[in-house]
Structure formats: structure tokens, C-alpha cells
Ligand binder design. Structure first.
Ligand code: VG1
Ligand code: CO
Length: 544
């Protein structure tokens, strides 16, 4: 096999964000752009000669082309085997499982997750390590350093690989294994949940359901598991065919973007259960008839009821949540007498805790939850968890949520996103917030007295690595919080996220609308950050 060294010059914008490198497709299509980044990944690794690499993506526009390029670079760099999802498809959680199951050296996942896809939309790439999880910060820092000094990349002169035929192909010294993207993942789910119970509840119509795959990667996974294996009627999975542009939609499972599902669940005669997932299959939105479960509550409810699920029947070791996620799960951990960790935003920070056995479940407010079964958040896993809970507890989604609030109180929560804000304005907003922090402690605003105002920094309990500047938090004596952070996944300007949270112990007030209950905190947040004043906007781009 002929291996060519191609000279190149660095691009300066290849710093991975919260979840890998995300840019417009047109940016990735520039000469040597993808090649530089992939070679920089390999330049940051050692010891992979002859090892296997997992490869797959969410099927968005540019997926197949990128895979062919990556195959040639990985081959030239000396990998011995490439394990690729058929059609170049793998959901993020399935890729994580396949890396672990095959004891692969690592994996490259092609996805921009919940960002829109298509020729003028977004593409993304991230590297996962041998535990199946996103590479830690020290790797992404090294990768970025390498990408700023790269002078050449290696490319094997081989023909394009047929990605559609399952089986093994030998290309010179390289073994290429094309796998069914769903098989292994479906088996994993069958080992975690009580599939017999679910089949009974679905065939007897005790559970009726609707799953919105949003024309993204979970279509084939959900059709296989929910319809083929568990016996839900055909059509249970809507928008089930993955499309390169997600049908023009925004594959982000929330009430704003999963409109079809939301109108079904809030319409006449809704099914018992409804859910949606995102572009790459790692997020989930959980709904019941006429109810929406906030991701923060969902995590807390899962933790409180984990013993209902076969894989967690013996109990859970601990839990973790990202810093902006509500404190609902903390209350559950306290009651269970297990540790609860607060990590920066992004799944990579859960990896060490999961590997070390300190936690079993973890989650983020951004519609992500997962467990030690893989090292990524997992949308369908969360869906099956809830189905198993409904089946086992014989309660509706609404009753499960109300029971939970009655026991623990309710952490009323919402997030306001201001998208595509001018970068300079966004940076000035953060600088201005930073300046106010020292003077805020002890100050009172109506019944809210500031307990602490700081910038979150995290020390990993397993390897002592420190991550600074992970969001600005203002905590009040009554447990309420306002948090500000800039997104690390956007591709246009900056996105300011404002997270608002207030604890309500009084059950008679649990029914409140979140925006109303949080109105004063929303006002305070504007007073602190002045996003409306500085940008001229009148409302957030998205409220979740
Ligand atoms: C967002 C979410 C974060 C999540 C990340 C990746 O990051 O807030 O919780 O881990 O997306 O999710 P940011 O930096 O934009 O706030 V996904 O579904 O892209 O893998
Ligand atoms: Co995602």
C-alpha cells in the first residue's frame, strides 16, 4: 500500500469545544481542514500501531465523505483494524459501547449532535478514548497544540471502501470490519432492562408510546428496539428515517424543536409515554400524557427509583450532575446516603468517576442522562429506563413526577439561551459579570440574599486535574441559583446560556408554571448580565 505525506499549513480555529470540533460544513470542506484535524488527533496519541479504531457518525451531510478520508489517514498512520457502522452510521452511545466491547484503542465520532445538518449547516468530529468516553481536556489541549503546528499529514492510497456491506474486508495489511450499527447496542439494552415486562406492557396496551427520532440517528435504533423487539406498533417511531439534513429540522429534543411530539403529547388522547432524541442519539426528552419532565428532574427520578431496573437493582454507588443541572438529584443522593458530584458541563468530566466506580448514574440539564453502561449520555437508554419505571411502578409519568416532588420538593428550573450573539458583546457580558462577583456576596435582592458568587472550577477527584472558568454562579441563601455560561458547541457567534433554579418545598405550589415561578430570578439575571440591554434582544432565542 502506498502511503503519501502531504504537506499542509495549520488552521488556527481547530480548538475542540464542549464536545469536539464543530464548524459549518463549508469550513470542513476547505482544503486539508478535516485532514489536518484528524492527523492532529493521531499526532496526539501513541501506541496505536496495529490497534483498532471505531468509526461512525450521525449520518448528517458530509458523513460518508469524511469517513472515506479518515479511513485513508487512519490506515496511513498504522491502525490495524477499523470497525465502522454500516453506512457510516453509529449513534454516539452505540459508538461508545462498540469501543468498549471490542477493546478498541479509541474511536472517531462524526456529529454536530443537536445542531442542524446540510450543506450550509454544521458538521463535527470528536475523539473518544479506550474507555468509550470523550477524550479528557488534557488530550484536547494537546490536540489543539498539535493542530497549530501541523506541517504534513499521511494518506494511504486506497480505493474508497464500500460502507454498506456488513462483514470483513482486507485492504493490504488493514482489516476493515463493517458492523450492523444496532445489534450490539440492542443486546446491551436487553441486558440492562426488563424486556419481558416491557413486551407485556406494550402488547397489553398498558403502555402506549410515541418516539420522535427527528430524522436523525436514533431512527434505526428505536425502530429495532421499540417496534421489532418490544412489539410496539409500526409507526410508534415517527420521523424514523435518518436524513442528511434531518428533514430541515433542528434535531434537538426539547419542546421548541420536537413540535410534532409535543403536540401529540399535549393533544387529545395522548399516549402514555412520549420521547425524542437528538442528532447523534445521546440526548433524550421524556414526556407523559400532558406532561414534560425536565431533564434535571428526570435524573433525580431515575436515581430515586434505580432499584426498579434490573441492572441497578442492587443500588447505585453515587451520582453526578453537571454544575448548571438542578440540585434535585442532590436531594435524592442525600436521602440514599450516596455521594453526589458536581462537574463542569460536558460528558467528558463524568468518565473518571464512572471508571473508578464512584458513580453509577449521571446527567446534565441539557437533556442528557446516562450510566456506567457506556461512557456517553444515552438517549434510548433513558427512554427504556422510563418505560421500565412506568411498567414496574404501574404509574403514569405524571404520577411518578408528582410523587417525587411530594417526597423531595420541586426544583423549579429553566434555561434561557441567547444564540448567535456578537462575540465581542458576549465576552463583554462575561467580563462585566466577573467584575461584579466580589461585591455580590451578602447582598440582598427582595427575599434573595447572595450566599456565594464565583466562577466554577473543578478538581477531578480521581486524577486531580483542574478545570477553570466553567461558568459563573450566583447562589442564594434559599438554595436558588442563577448561572451564566457561554456555550462551547455553537458555530455562529456566541451563545449565552442562563440557568435559573428555585427550590419549592410546598406541595401546594408544585403546579406553578416555571417561567412565572422564576420571574424574579429572570429579572435579576438581566440586572446582572444585561444581555437584553447590550444586544437589543427582547427575549431568549430558546427557553427550555
Ligand atoms: C451543550 C450542553 C452540554 C452538552 C453538550 C454536548 O454544550 O449544554 O450539557 O454536554 O452540549 O451535547 P454547550 O457548551 O453548548 O452548553 V451533545 O448532545 O452535543 O453531544
Ligand atoms: Co448529542
Amino acid at each position: 500500500m502506498q502511503i503519501n505525506s502531504i504537506s499542509t499549513t495549520p488552521y488556527t480555529d481547530q480548538k475542540p469545544g464542549t464536545s469536539g470540533l464543530r464548524k459549518k460544513v463549508t469550513v470542513f470542506q476547505q482544503a486539508n481542514y478535516l485532514e489536518n484535524f484528524v492527523q492532529s488527533i493521531f499526532n496526539s496519541l501513541s501506541g496505536f500501531q496495529g490497534a483498532s479504531l471505531v468509526l461512525g457518525g450521525d449520518g448528517r451531510y458530509f458523513n460518508r465523505q469524511a469517513i472515506q478520508t479518515i479511513i485513508k489517514i487512519a490506515t496511513a498512520n498504522g491502525f490495524g483494524e477499523l470497525i465502522i457502522g454500516q453506512g457510516g452510521l453509529l449513534s454516539t452511545p452505540a459508538a461508545s459501547h462498540i469501543i468498549r466491547k471490542n477493546k478498541a484503542f479509541g474511536g472517531i465520532i462524526l456529529s454536530a449532535s443537536h445542531n442542524p445538518g446540510g450543506p450550509d449547516e454544521d458538521f463535527g468530529i470528536k475523539y473518544n478514548v479506550s474507555n468509550g468516553g470523550p477524550a479528557p481536556e488534557k488530550f484536547t489541549d494537546a490536540l489543539y497544540e498539535n493542530s497549530t503546528t501541523i506541517t504534513e499529514y499521511k494518506l494511504a492510497e486506497i480505493a474508497d471502501i464500500d460502507l454498506d456491506k456488513v462483514g470483513q474486508q482486507q485492504v493490504a495489511e488493514l482489516k476493515i470490519t463493517i458492523i450492523d450499527p444496532v445489534d450490539d447496542y440492542a443486546n446491551l439494552m436487553a441486558n440492562i432492562f426488563d424486556f419481558d415486562l416491557l413486551k407485556n406492557c406494550i402488547s397489553s396496551k398498558y403502555i402506549t408510546l410515541c418516539f420522535d427520532a427527528m430524522h436523525a440517528i436514533t431512527g434505526p435504533y428505536a425502530i429495532r428496539i421499540l417496534e421489532d423487539i418490544l412489539g410496539a406498533p409500526k409507526g410508534t417511531v415517527i420521523n424514523g428515517i435518518p436524513l442528511e439534513d434531518f428533514g430541515g429540522g433542528h434535531p434537538d429534543p426539547n419542546l421548541a424543536h420536537a413540535k410534532e411530539l409535543a403536540s401529540t403529547m399535549f393533544g387529545d388522547a395522548p399516549p402514555v409515554f412520549g420521547a425524542a432524541s437528538d442528532g447523534d442519539g445521546d440526548r433524550n426528552m421524556i414526556m407523559g400524557a400532558n406532561v414534560f419532565v425536565t431533564p434535571s428532574d428526570s435524573l433525580a427520578i431515575m436515581a430515586a427509583n434505580a432499584s426498579c431496573i434490573p441492572a441497578y437493582a442492587k443500588g447505585i454507588a453515587g451520582v453526578a450532575r453537571s454544575m448548571p443541572t438542578s440540585q434535585a438529584v442532590d436531594r435524592v443522593a442525600k436521602k440514599l446516603g450516596i455521594p453526589c458530584f458536581e462537574t463542569p458541563t460536558g460528558w467528558k468530566y463524568f468518565g473518571n468517576l464512572l471508571d473508578d466506580g464512584q458513580i453509577t448514574l449521571c446527567g446534565e440539564e441539557s437533556f442528557g442522562s446516562g450510566s456506567n453502561h457506556v461512557r456517553e449520555k444515552d438517549g434510548l437508554w433513558a427512554v427504556l429506563f422510563w418505560l421500565n419505571l412506568i411498567a414496574k411502578k404501574r404509574q403514569s409519568v405524571e404520577d411518578i413526577v408528582i410523587d417525587h416532588w411530594q417526597t423531595y420538593g420541586r426544583d423549579i428550573y429553566c434555561r434561557h439561551d441567547y444564540e448567535a450573539v456578537d462575540m465581542d458583546i458576549a465576552n463583554a457580558i462575561v467580563d462585566n459579570l466577573r467584575k461584579q462577583l466580589p461585591s455580590l456576596a451578602g447582598k440582598s435582592f427582595a427575599e434573595y440574599t447572595v450566599k456565594y458568587a464565583d466562577e466554577f472550577s473543578y478538581t477531578d477527584p480521581v486524577d486531580d486535574s483542574v478545570s477553570n472558568n466553567q461558568g459563573i454562579r450566583i447562589g442564594f441563601e434559599n438554595g436558588s441559583r442563577i448561572i451564566f455560561r457561554l456555550s462551547g458547541t455553537g458555530t455562529v457567534g456566541a451563545t449565552l446560556r442562563i440557568y435559573l433554579e428555585k427550590y419549592e418545598a410546598d406541595a401546594s405550589k408544585h403546579n406553578q408554571d416555571a417561567q412565572e415561578a422564576l420571574a424574579y430570578l429572570i429579572e435579576l439575571a438581566e440586572q446582572f448580565c444585561e444581555v437584553k440591554k447590550r444586544t437589543g434582544r427582547v427575549e431568549p432565542t430558546v427557553i427550555t
